[in-house]
Each structure stands twice: as structure tokens, then as C-alpha cells.
Design a protein around this ligand. Structure first.
Ligand code: SF4
Ligand code: SF4
Length: 375
């Protein structure tokens, strides 16, 4: 068991409410209702406890964190206790007044997600009319308020053809950074995998675009690039390893090692309503279950990479194999890798209609459009 260091960051999921309905949303299929959400004073206490524990960063997320009217108060408190504050937002609720208020509260950084660069396609994926235009406006307000901006470009087989233009959009919006993030297949995205998973040729074309843009825009725009596990050669150290660097607080106050952890059976994730953040981080079964390497089975147990990738993602291992202790199927050392290969083959068929993310369950579907890509 490695020494338990303080977490680097806390992901504060303030709410699952969101006006958008992205079919790849990382929120769980069972979304929490507004009446279950933590109160303002509970979040203030969590921020105090996080700072005391040694956390350095708080990422305000959701759902749409701007749906909380107390967001500015939470940002101000986080800044006052010395936390670096980042807002992860869709942007559609960010008007002039709130942009100014958030800057005055001490917000350090804003990330705005873009579903596409094409307005009609972006609105279709978001399931929200006029989303794209409002996002561009929000980005300009962020820069107008003097805040640094990152564009989160979530990419998949239905928008990869426009990746180069998405990078240009980030430049036009005066972003310092763009995160080109291929959809990761948990929750709603796993439900929509066949409609979203790109082919190897699409991925290779996207990688070439990113590499060219990185060279051309050096010193002007930082480009982060997250590839889909299904085409990766090796598993990733999910969240930097279970219970090693991050903790996630859900809208109702459950504390998780990652945002998808509630999909795992046999866990009773503790709540900040019953225990302190420090006690949960250091002593709870939920956080200790997959710390270190003693829980591993072969081939991870004797693998030279076991303290590099920590056996890969637990949620993905369970979702694809039904065994929470299994090696992540991304790993080429296990026969389960064929599960991913079969999924890639399936996604070569025309995409099925999207299933949109909504509180209250799955909703009627809309047809997919796929624009041919290079390669
Ligand atoms: S991914 Fe889309 S639906 Fe999910 S919280 Fe973000 S903007 Fe809302
Ligand atoms: S066997 Fe386990 S530790 Fe080794 S590379 Fe595969 S997932 Fe990582």
C-alpha cells in the first residue's frame, strides 16, 4: 500500500441539472434531482475541509454548475481558503452579469465545452437550440472579464471531420488552450458507443491534424489531446490511479474516486453528510479498495507496469467484463482486448440514432448525420 498523499484536486459536481442533453455526458444514467443537492453551507464546509486536507484545485462542474445560484459565493469561498478555482461549463447560462461576478469572486479559469464548430450540428448534438452561438458569446464574455479560457472540444465519429476548424475556433476565441478530448465510453457515452466511436482511420487523421496544429500554433495555443481507449495501445492510469490524486463529490454529497465509480457494484460510497473529507479520503473502504497493487490478479500482479497504469480503469473493466477486479480490456496482455475490437468493428456500420441525456431517463432519439472524414 503506497503512502496516502493529499489529493491534488476535487471535482465538485454541484448539480446534475443542465439545459443541454449531450449523448456522451459523463454523468450517470440515473441523474440526481435538484431536491437531493447539497446546500450552500454544506459546500462551504467541503471547501474548508478540502483546503485543510491539502487539496490545491477545485473544479466546479456538473451538470451545469451555473444552474446553482450560489456558484459565485462558492467560488469566492474557495478562493478565500487558497484553492485554485476552475469552472467547467457549457456556457449557455453565462451572461455579462455573471461573468463579471465570477471574476470579482476570484475565479481563476474557465473551460467551455463545444460540441462542434458547425452551428446546426453542435445544436443537434447538444439537444439545445442556439447553443453554439451562446457558447461563442460566453467565450467572449470570459475573455472580456479578463479570465483565461480553455475550449473543451469533445470529438467523435460525427464531428471529427471538422476538427481543424474547431482548433481555429479556439484561436478566434482567444483561448490559451484547447482540450481535444475524444469521448470516453462510460455512462451515456457507452450507451451511445456505436453512434460515436471513430474508426482507426478517423483517429489517425485527427492525430495528424493535432500534430500539425501544435507545431503551427506553438506559443499561441496549447493543444491537449486525449485519445479514445478503444484505439489505445496501453491502458491509462485512470484518474492517476484509484484514490491517488482526485476525489469527486456528487451533487448529493457522495465522495467518489472517479465520476463513474457509482457504476461499480458492492460499494457504499460515503457521504460528506456523514463523515469528513479527510476521513473518507484516508480511511474509507471505497477509497482503499483499489489503492496499491495487492488487489490485482494476473497478469497485472506481476507486470512491470502495475505501478504505472494501476491495472487501468476499474469502471471500464467492470462495464466490459462484468468483473471489477479484471485487467482493463484496453491491455493487450488479456484476451478481453477482443471486446474492444468487436466494438470498433460494430461502429463501422451506419450510426444508430442518438439517445439523449435527460433527467428522468432515456428520451426519444434523433437521427444521426455523419460527414465523411479524410481517411
Ligand atoms: S456533457 Fe453536456 S449534458 Fe453533460 S453536463 Fe456537460 S453540457 Fe450538460
Ligand atoms: S497487465 Fe495490468 S499492469 Fe500490466 S500493462 Fe496490462 S493493465 Fe497494466
Amino acid at each position: 500500500m503506497p503512502e496516502i498523499e493529499a489529493p491534488l484536486a476535487i471535482l465538485a459536481e454541484l448539480t446534475h441539472r443542465c439545459p443541454l442533453q449531450c449523448p456522451y455526458c459523463s454523468n450517470p444514467l440515473e441523474l440526481e434531482r435538484a431536491r437531493q443537492e447539497l446546500e450552500t453551507d454544506e459546500w462551504l464546509r467541503i471547501l474548508d475541509e478540502a483546503a485543510a486536507l491539502g487539496v490545491l484545485q477545485v473544479h466546479f462542474s456538473g451538470g451545469e454548475p451555473m444552474a446553482r445560484r450560489d456558484l459565485e459565493a462558492l467560488v469566492a469561498h474557495a478562493a478565500a481558503v487558497g484553492l485554485y478555482t476552475n469552472l467547467i461549463t457549457s456556457g449557455v447560462m453565462l451572461d455579462d452579469r455573471r461573468a463579471a461576478a465570477l471574476a470579482a469572486a476570484g475565479l481563476d479559469h474557465v473551460q467551455i465545452s463545444f460540441q462542434d464548430v458547425d452551428d446546426a450540428e453542435g445544436d443537434r448534438i447538444a439537444g439545445y437550440k442556439d447553443a453554439q452561438r451562446q457558447k461563442r458569446e460566453a467565450a467572449r464574455r470570459v475573455r472580456g472579464a479578463g479570465l483565461p479560457l480553455t475550449v473543451n472540444a469533445v470529438v467523435h465519429r460525427q464531428n471529427l471531420a471538422r476538427l481543424a476548424e474547431m482548433i481555429e475556433l479556439a484561436v478566434e476565441l482567444d483561448a490559451a488552450r484547447i482540450e481535444v478530448a475524444h469521448v470516453q465510453y462510460y455512462g451515456w457515452a457507452l450507451r451511445n458507443r456505436a453512434a460515436l466511436l471513430p474508426s482507426r482511420a478517423q483517429l489517425d487523421a485527427a492525430t495528424a491534424i493535432v500534430e500539425e496544429a501544435r507545431e503551427r500554433l506553438r506559443g499561441r495555443l496549447v493543444i491537449d489531446y486525449v485519445v479514445p481507449d478503444y484505439h489505445a495501445a496501453l491502458p491509462k492510469a485512470c484518474m492517476g490511479g484509484w484514490g491517488r490524486r482526485f476525489l469527486n463529490v456528487t451533487p448529493s454529497g457522495h465522495v467518489l474516486p472517479c465520476h463513474a465509480a457509482e457504476t461499480l457494484p458492492g460499494f457504499d460510497f460515503p457521504s460528506v453528510r456523514e463523515a469528513s473529507l479527510a476521513a473518507i479520503w484516508r480511511s474509507s473502504d471505497a477509497f482503499n479498495r483499489f489503492r496499491g497493487t495487492s488487489w490485482m490478479q494476473e497478469p497485472c500482479r506481476n507486470c512491470e507496469r502495475r505501478e504505472i497504469d494501476w491495472g487501468g480503469c476499474r469502471c471500464q473493466a467492470f462495464a466490459l467484463t462484468g468483473d471489477i477486479n479484471a485487467t482493463d480490456p484496453v491491455c493487450g496482455k488479456v484476451a478481453d482486448r477482443t471486446i474492444l475490437e468487436a466494438a470498433v468493428r460494430e461502429s463501422a456500420a451506419p450510426p444508430p440514432p442518438l439517445i439523449y441525456r435527460r433527467i428522468g431517463g432515456e428520451q426519444p432519439v434523433r437521427p444521426a448525420t455523419v460527414v465523411p472524414t479524410a481517411g
